[in-house]
Unconditional design. Sequence first.
Length: 260
Amino acid sequence: MLFEVDLNVVILLISFGFLAAFVDAVVGGGGLIALPALMFAGLNPAAAVATNKLAGTMGSLTSTISFYRSGQLEIRSVIKYFPLAFVGSLFGAWTVHLINPELLKPLMLLMLAAVAIYTIFKKDWGSVAAVKNLKFTHLVLFMLLLFSIGFYDGFLGPGTGSFLIFSFLLVGFDFLKAAGNAKFLNLASNFAGLLMFAYLGQIHYVYGLLMGIAQIAGAMVGSRVAIKKGSGFVRVLFIIVTITLLTKNAYDYIKNAVDI
């Protein structure tokens, strides 16, 4: 029950939930903030990931609506990809119970490094929209990429927003529209993961709803700031968050390897 939750925990979840959703609404990476907060509140890693899906779904839905209303979400272009992220995430969330998700971390670190380096050195990339008409082969590869990112989000998660934005940049969207489109597919992967974790009984609903309410507010503010500031602001924050994700996860991976 809500009244049984410690006030300090409530403040922690609301504060970090708002901050996580603000960052996530712009460029993704909110899990970097939300997951440690949930674990600090007393949840084990599996329950923290599951509970974050509930809060993240609430935040993703809010920012998706904000981007759509502002015209920065190409709904007709991306709605056909929704099932790819959704089904991919379902498989990913289920696979967590079969395979240790740590096995994907080295690949995730390499991908984050590649995303950061490419974005830093290609300075004009994503400043102007130049959406490409994909040939059949490229379309299939793009769809496989989105399915794989959905799977990754259900299986592990950190960096999903960065990978989705990068995917839409590859096909010619500017940073702002790439962020809007990414939030729509991130909503799909979050919702699928939420359903699977609910089925498996791993969600702490009180903590998830508390953080989720804060994420609604954070997502509203974050998406409005992104829309107002434009692609240049999104690009800078994208690079900062991607490098932070890379550094944090590389540190955790090396530390765990040394401890073993």
